[in-house]
Design a protein around this ligand. Structure first.
Ligand code: ATP
Ligand code: MG
Length: 576
């Protein structure tokens, strides 16, 4: 039989990128299994080649996304490289911390063209000027453009295989509106369409809409689509009473109370703890619980104020929450000089006692309700212990919530303890309002002939991360278990005893019948491999249905689902 007439990638013997016998264990299940099974190849950490099998999966994921996005937008394809001027116009060239640019690699390249370009991590800087070229009249609003494309981000730590890369796939959609009301309407619609995407991808029941920060320019939330997954890098907090999921940055928090058994107020003293800065180390050194320590950080605001913010040991300061309470546009940790000037001490020994009047002090509620607590002494290497409100410093009129929420915390409104889940962000939608349209001076002409602001939203999904998450969620100790909708093939056909001419011709006949019926089939036609090796490969690759034709199957075919253990003998007709 002339094999060439058949589609080559469907013959496993001809497939480039077969399973690996020896393959190392990577930092994540998805990298380990996808590389071992021949779906992807790691070029360097965070950068992968999609081999034939992997590309089929990625393409299926992207096609599902495309079909759903076509309901709410027009597909386009924007370039990956963009003039730096676009990014300067929005001010993001100097501020986006994951932004990358290209430069000519050597003197010859430099001599030919010395221009540098931005490698886009997102496309507001391309899509906004694009829209402005075409649509100006109120009659043409609302509209939305989307693309499915490769993005570049200078991630500080790439990890977990496809979950966090420096080069990765994204679907990004941008919508344009003549009013905030219209933006909100579209925004709500996009949530429905997104959930439909995740349902079709087989992760819908585990994907939840989570409140997240809307960015520094608004008090609004953005919404993340978080897929619950043990190995995800995000932590989300669920509050049952209001059926709300929050991400770590925005979850309001109430710390569990510290318990004191018959403890009395002790005399305050300053203790020398040379070089001891971290709260764990400090608590051990002082022989007190971490909850009794206090972390005080000094910040400078963009409008020139100096701020002291305090949380109890074990918590971190949430700068987003702090910024909103302090009412400033931006804040940063104060320089060593300012810290010295304000506290009289080196960084690391700032505390709540005797701060100068001009410093605004914000204490988290976790600092309250403690007895004999510790705080930096505002004296290099010294810590004050047995500090008490009322005696050593006045109790502040107000405490705040300025901490990063942790497992064990409650919601301050409902007093309900959060249920905490690990999750991975598969999508994120943002109301951008006029932030970018204003930067590009993009306005529309209304009915009354007047120019008015345009409101924008942006909507992302990560197809390559989704591929990784699906492997994280759907695998066993033998390999991947692909959901039907995105499996590289529907059927994994295995021929055994192929040296026997009659078996060989029977299995090729089955193969041809499947192809004729347009069934997506991967045919393991290798003669030299044992049954055991072929079965192990099928389990590793994870195609939903395995068919075996061998001496033993007679007129029938052995049928097995990847997700089940039982096999049965069936006729080809039943399969078709
Ligand atoms: P994260 O918080 O995980 O860094 P992000 O909020 O910066 O992501 P968005 O700008 O919202 O990401 O991008 C849209 C989607 O692209 C994300 O929801 C995620 O699914 C995917 N994505 C973002 N960064 C990466 C990455 N480094 N590798 C793979 N996928 C990514
Ligand atoms: Mg996001």
């Amino acid at each position: 039989m002339n094999l060439i007439i058949y589609n080559l990638p469907m013959l496993y013997s001809k497939l480039f990128g077969k399973t690996k016998k020896q393959s190392k264990k990577y930092d994540s299940v998805n990298a380990t299994l996808l590389i071992k099974a021949g779906f992807i190849d790691q070029v360097m950490a965070g950068t992968y080649t999609y081999l034939t099998l992997g590309l089929r999966v990625l393409t299926k994921i992207e096609q599902i996304i495309r079909e759903e996005m076509d309901k709410i937008g027009n597909e386009v394809l924007m370039p990956s490289i963009t003039p730096i001027a676009h990014w300067q116009q929005t001010g993001r060239f100097d501020t986006v911390d994951i932004l990358m640019k290209t430069t000519p690699a050597n003197i010859f390249a430099k001599a030919k063209n010395d221009t540098e370009y931005v490698l886009n991590p997102t496309h507001e800087e391309v899509v906004t000027p694009l829209a402005k070229k075409f649509i100006l009249s109120y009659k043409d609003f609302p509209f939305a453009l989307y693309q499915i494309q490769t993005k570049f981000r200078n991630e500080p730590r790439v990890k977990s295989g496809l979950l966090r890369g420096r080069e990765f796939r994204m679907k990004d959609l941008y919508s344009f509106h003549t009013s905030e009301v219209d933006l909100k309407k579209y925004y709500e619609k996009s949530k429905e369409v997104y959930m439909q995407v995740f349902n079709r991808l087989g992760i819908g029941k585990d994907t939840v809409i989570t409140l997240a920060s809307g960015g520094s320019f608004t008090d609004d939330y953005s919404h993340e689509f978080q897929t619950i997954c043990e190995t995800g890098e995000d932590t989300i907090f669920y509050e049952k009473k209001t059926d709300t999921y929050y991400n770590k940055e925005v979850a309001p928090s109430l710390a569990p109370e510290v318990q004191y058994k018959d403890e009395k107020m002790l005399p305050r003293k300053d203790v020398l703890g040379k070089g001891i800065i971290g709260v764990e180390e400090l608590a051990e050194f002082l022989k007190i619980s971490v909850e009794k320590t206090t972390k005080t950080l000094i910040y400078e605001t963009d409008d020139g104020r100096v701020i002291a913010a305090a949380v109890r040991g074990g918590y971190d300061i949430n700068e987003d929450k702090l910024r909103k309470i302090v009412k400033c546009k931006a804040l940063k940790l104060a320089s060593a000089e300012i810290v010295k000037k304000i506290t009289g001490a080196e960084i690391g020994f700032a505390g709540l006692l005797n701060l100068p009047k001009e410093v605004e002090v914000y204490m988290d509620e976790s600092v309250d309700n403690r007895l004999n607590f510790e705080t930096g002494a505002n004296k290099t290497h010294y810590h004050s212990i047995n500090v008490n409100f009322g005696r050593d410093l006045p109790k502040p009129k107000k405490f705040y919530d300025i901490k990063v929420t942790k497992e064990g915390d409650s919601n301050p409104k409902t007093k309900e303890k959060y249920q905490v889940y690990r999750a991975s962000e598969v999508g994120n939608i943002f109301p951008l309002y006029a932030k970018f349209t204003e930067a590009f001076n993009y306005k529309f002409i209304d009915r009354d002939g007047k120019e008015k602001p345009i409101y924008m939203g942006c909507y992302g999904i990560g197809p390559s991360r989704i591929m990784g998450i699906i492997v994280e969620k759907y695998h066993d100790d033998k390999g991947i278990i692909w959901p039907n909708a995105i499996a590289p093939f529907q059927i994994h056909l295995i021929g055994l005893d192929l040296k026997d001419k009659s078996i060989k011709s029977k299995v090729f006949k089955v193969y041809k019948e499947l192809l004729d019926k347009n069934v997506d089939v991967l045919f393991d036609d290798r003669e030299e491999m044992t049954a055991g090796e072929k079965f192990a490969d099928a389990d590793l690759i994870g195609i939903p249905i395995r068919l075996v034709v061998s001496k033993r199957t007679g007129e029938k075919i052995e049928y097995k689902k990847r997700s089940e253990n039982k096999t049965k003998l069936v006729y080809i007709k039943e399969i078709l």
